[in-house]
Design a protein around this ligand. Structure first.
Ligand SMILES: C[S@@+](CC[C@H](N)C(=O)[O-])C[C@H]1O[C@@H](n2cnc3c(N)ncnc32)[C@H](O)[C@@H]1O
Length: 220
């Protein structure tokens, strides 16, 4: 069972795709895991239950922090849940596995790159190209990865998989796509179809998007 305080992102297809990719990862009692953008804590709980040694989860929203802490207590998992912006709360620390399913939906209106400071949309809106958080994660994650560590990052193909790959490679990571799933547009994208088609991000009549999990491996 997973509790969810109103306003916190409910686990969805992207959460499940990343959860499935996690099952392929080796875990033992020494594995230190960081979940950036944790929401309900679903993914952090999954790695804890898969046998990770320590799990740290970060959320910007107080409601998400509370939700993740409550879920950890209900499930009997020990997870450190911190409030803050991406990797800021763990600067100077290093992790063997860093996972994230961040906001990645192109924002409407598209005239500027603002991202919402409050409210439910903060869970998905991510600037004009959907990369406001992805770019920051690509820039910050290598700093918190231990030598030999792995990043698993979920995103939509609408937000530039190639750009994520290039950014991570430029940081010295070995990059590949480890999972893909085609899913129908949810209510947010359905409501933005005209705008996204007008901007050339989707084709007219498109009703599905591909979500992917990108893996970046730090040299040992
Ligand atoms: C797409 S949801 C994913 C939630 C959860 N990881 C899952 O897969 O179900 C993205 C989450 O990122 C959080 N978030 C947005 N901006 C953030 C930031 N700058 N730092 C940390 N978390 C952030 C949102 O509050 C939201 O819970």
């Amino acid at each position: 069972m997973l509790l969810r305080i109103p306003g916190v992102y409910p686990p969805q297809d992207d959460t499940r795709l990343l959860a499935d990719a996690l099952a392929e990862q080796p875990f033992d009692a020494r594995t230190r895991v960081l979940d950036i953008c944790t929401g309900t804590g679903a993914l952090a709980l999954r790695v804890a239950e898969l046998g990770a040694g320590t799990v740290t989860a970060i959320a910007i929203s107080r409601r998400a922090v509370l939700t993740a802490r409550l879920n950890a207590r209900i499930r009997g998992c020990t997870i450190r849940v911190l409030q803050g912006n991406l990797t800021a709360p763990v600067r100077g620390e290093h992790f063997d596995l860093v996972i994230s399913n961040p906001p990645y939906v192109p924002y409407v209106p598209a005239e500027d790159d603002r991202i919402p400071g409050i409210g439910m949309a903060r869970a998905w809106d991510a600037g004009t190209d959907g990369r406001a958080l992805l770019d920051r994660i690509c820039a910050q994650a290598p700093d918190v990865l231990a030598p030999g560590g792995t990043l698993l990052l979920a995103q939509s193909a609408l937000s530039g998989v190639g750009k994520t790959q290039v950014m991570l490679e430029e940081q010295g990571l070995q990059v590949d796509v480890v999972a893909r799933r085609e899913i129908p547009f949810g209510p947010v994208l359905t409501g933005r179809r005209r705008m996204l088609a007008a901007r050339g991000i989707i084709t007219a009549g498109q009703r599905n998007e591909e979500i992917v999990v990108i893996r970046g491996r730090q040299h040992a």
